[in-house]
Design a protein around this ligand. Structure first.
Ligand code: FES
Length: 95
Protein backbone atom coordinates (compact mmCIF):
# COMPACT_ATOMS: atom_id res chain seq x y z
CA UNK A 1 0.00 0.00 0.00
CA UNK A 2 1.24 3.49 -0.81
CA UNK A 3 2.71 5.55 1.99
CA UNK A 4 0.36 8.16 3.48
CA UNK A 5 1.42 11.70 2.60
CA UNK A 6 0.26 15.08 3.78
CA UNK A 7 0.76 18.23 1.76
CA UNK A 8 0.85 21.32 3.94
CA UNK A 9 0.08 24.49 2.01
CA UNK A 10 0.80 27.87 3.59
CA UNK A 11 -2.54 29.66 3.28
CA UNK A 12 -2.52 31.37 6.67
CA UNK A 13 0.76 33.24 6.51
CA UNK A 14 1.00 36.90 5.53
CA UNK A 15 2.63 36.56 2.12
CA UNK A 16 1.58 33.32 0.41
CA UNK A 17 -2.16 34.10 0.31
CA UNK A 18 -1.38 37.29 -1.63
CA UNK A 19 0.45 35.22 -4.21
CA UNK A 20 -2.36 32.76 -4.89
CA UNK A 21 -1.89 30.13 -2.16
CA UNK A 22 -5.63 29.49 -1.92
CA UNK A 23 -5.82 28.62 -5.61
CA UNK A 24 -2.79 26.36 -5.28
CA UNK A 25 -4.40 24.64 -2.30
CA UNK A 26 -7.59 24.02 -4.26
CA UNK A 27 -5.53 22.75 -7.21
CA UNK A 28 -3.88 20.19 -4.91
CA UNK A 29 -7.29 19.00 -3.71
CA UNK A 30 -8.61 18.81 -7.23
CA UNK A 31 -5.57 16.91 -8.52
CA UNK A 32 -5.83 14.41 -5.67
CA UNK A 33 -9.49 13.78 -6.47
CA UNK A 34 -8.97 13.53 -10.23
CA UNK A 35 -5.93 11.30 -10.01
CA UNK A 36 -7.42 9.14 -7.26
CA UNK A 37 -4.48 9.71 -4.92
CA UNK A 38 -6.18 8.19 -1.86
CA UNK A 39 -2.99 8.20 0.17
CA UNK A 40 -2.48 11.98 -0.08
CA UNK A 41 -4.28 14.64 1.95
CA UNK A 42 -3.95 18.43 1.92
CA UNK A 43 -3.83 20.62 4.99
CA UNK A 44 -3.81 24.38 5.18
CA UNK A 45 -1.17 25.70 7.48
CA UNK A 46 0.38 28.89 8.78
CA UNK A 47 3.66 30.43 7.71
CA UNK A 48 6.39 27.88 6.95
CA UNK A 49 9.06 30.55 7.15
CA UNK A 50 9.80 30.45 3.44
CA UNK A 51 7.77 33.55 2.57
CA UNK A 52 10.03 34.84 -0.20
CA UNK A 53 9.38 31.65 -2.14
CA UNK A 54 5.61 31.68 -1.81
CA UNK A 55 3.25 30.10 -2.49
CA UNK A 56 4.89 27.33 -0.53
CA UNK A 57 3.98 23.71 0.22
CA UNK A 58 5.68 20.97 2.20
CA UNK A 59 5.12 17.26 1.68
CA UNK A 60 5.34 15.16 4.84
CA UNK A 61 6.77 12.93 6.17
CA UNK A 62 9.78 13.56 3.95
CA UNK A 63 9.72 17.35 4.40
CA UNK A 64 10.04 18.04 0.69
CA UNK A 65 9.58 21.80 0.32
CA UNK A 66 8.23 23.42 -2.83
CA UNK A 67 8.10 27.11 -3.71
CA UNK A 68 6.74 29.60 -6.24
CA UNK A 69 3.89 27.23 -7.01
CA UNK A 70 1.03 27.63 -9.40
CA UNK A 71 -1.94 25.42 -10.12
CA UNK A 72 -0.16 23.34 -12.76
CA UNK A 73 2.70 22.71 -10.35
CA UNK A 74 0.26 21.32 -7.79
CA UNK A 75 -0.86 18.72 -10.28
CA UNK A 76 2.73 17.79 -11.18
CA UNK A 77 3.61 17.40 -7.52
CA UNK A 78 0.67 15.11 -6.78
CA UNK A 79 1.46 12.97 -9.80
CA UNK A 80 5.15 12.67 -8.89
CA UNK A 81 4.55 11.81 -5.24
CA UNK A 82 2.02 9.12 -6.20
CA UNK A 83 5.00 7.39 -7.77
CA UNK A 84 7.38 8.07 -4.91
CA UNK A 85 9.15 10.82 -6.83
CA UNK A 86 9.67 14.54 -6.31
CA UNK A 87 9.51 17.42 -8.78
CA UNK A 88 13.14 18.38 -8.41
CA UNK A 89 13.02 21.69 -10.23
CA UNK A 90 10.32 23.08 -7.94
CA UNK A 91 11.95 22.09 -4.66
CA UNK A 92 13.43 24.63 -2.30
CA UNK A 93 16.96 23.55 -1.61
CA UNK A 94 18.19 23.47 1.95
CA UNK A 95 20.27 26.46 2.95
S1 FES B 1 3.68 33.44 4.41
FE1 FES B 1 3.84 31.49 3.45
S2 FES B 1 5.75 30.77 4.11
FE2 FES B 1 5.52 32.62 5.17
Amino acid sequence: MAEKLKIFVCTKGKKCPKKGADDVCRAFEQAIAELGADNITVKETKCLDLCKKGPVAMVMPDKVRYGRLDEDDARKIVRAHMQGETVEKLTIKKK
